[in-house]
Design a protein around this ligand. Structure first.
Ligand code: NAP
Length: 248
């Protein structure tokens, strides 16, 4: 098995697979996080060199099946993966958390890109909480009239001028999110629609504080059977093992 990771769900799947001596699996990480969490599963780090490089890797390592458990916004690796597994004739399962949906009391404005999110903040100065990933913060340089609180795991590269950086790793708790937003006098939250529980508390906090949310919609790049959680991924792996008669 090859598991393409970079999400908390992928980490959980890696933990579960590490406890299964009957399944030989490798976790693949892009290498974006400076100090990734340690995994019991054998881990390789770094790009494959496009779809062709990944196809070569699948062949060289005699991979039977692939799970794409990358982030829903990691569009390039997902497109490469579906091309490489199609070329190799291998099964592909896509482990992806369902997108978040607004509920009663939510005030969301959905936009299609980070650039559109920066525009959606409007002309008047605001205090925005950015939870969009460190590589995307540069887009907010186009809206320097706002003050920003930028939260990310590693130090961001490009930043807008009036910006405080907060380094932190999920999961985040509701009470802490409320306290942070109150303390920094946040008046708008900017988020990507990543889905999942580890980062959801900020949305519940925004609802409780009656704050608007600018929500960047997912790219429509995910292909293959959609597996919503780790249990579904393990069932999918089992079904393919039986189909292929793989028993190691
Ligand atoms: P991306 O734009 O889709 O991928 C860019 C390149 O990075 C890929 O073409 C591939 O290089 C390499 N790559 C990406 N994921 C890889 C993996 N799991 N194993 C080996 N190589 C990988 O991805 P991204 O948006 O930069 O995200 C990078 C990683 O961070 C992903 O693993 C993703 O799960 C995680 N992540 C992303 C986000 C986000 O919002 N984008 C948020 C949280 C975590 P080659 O073409 O050379 O193979």
């Amino acid at each position: 098995m090859l598991v393409l990771g970079g999400t908390s769900q992928a980490s959980e799947l890696a933990r579960r697979l590490a406890a299964r001596p009957d399944i030989e699996a490798t976790l693949s990480l892009a290498g974006r996080t400076a100090a990734p969490a340690a995994y019991a599963l054998p881990t390789r780090i770094g790009g494959f060199g496009g779809a062709q490089g990944l196809a070569d890797y699948l062949r060289a390592h005699r991979i039977d099946a692939v799970i794409d458990a990358t982030h829903p916004f990691a569009a390039r690796i997902s497109a490469n993966t579906s091309a490489a597994v199609a070329a190799a004739g291998l099964p592909l399962g896509v482990l992806s958390r369902p997108a978040w949906r607004p509920g009663p009391g939510d005030d969301w404005r959905e936009v299609e890109s980070i650039e559109a999110a920066a525009k959606a903040l409007g002309a008047s100065p605001r205090r925005a909480f950015l939870t969009v990933g460190r590589l995307q913060a540069g887009a907010f340089r186009a809206a320097p009239q706002h003050w920003y609180l930028m939260r990310s795991i590693d130090t961001p590269g490009e930043l807008p001028p009036n910006c405080e950086v907060l380094l932190a790793r999920p999961p985040f708790l509701f009470d802490d999110e409320i306290a942070l937003m109150r303390e920094r006098r946040i008046d708008v939250l900017v988020s990507k629609n990543s889905g999942g529980e580890a980062a959801r508390a900020k949305l519940d906090a925004a609802r409780a504080l009656e704050l608007p949310v600018v929500m960047v919609a997912r790219p429509a790049s995910l292909q293959g059977p959609m597996l919503e959680d780790v249990e579904a991924a393990l069932r999918w792996i089992e079904a393919h093992r039986q189909l292929r008669g793989v028993s190691r």
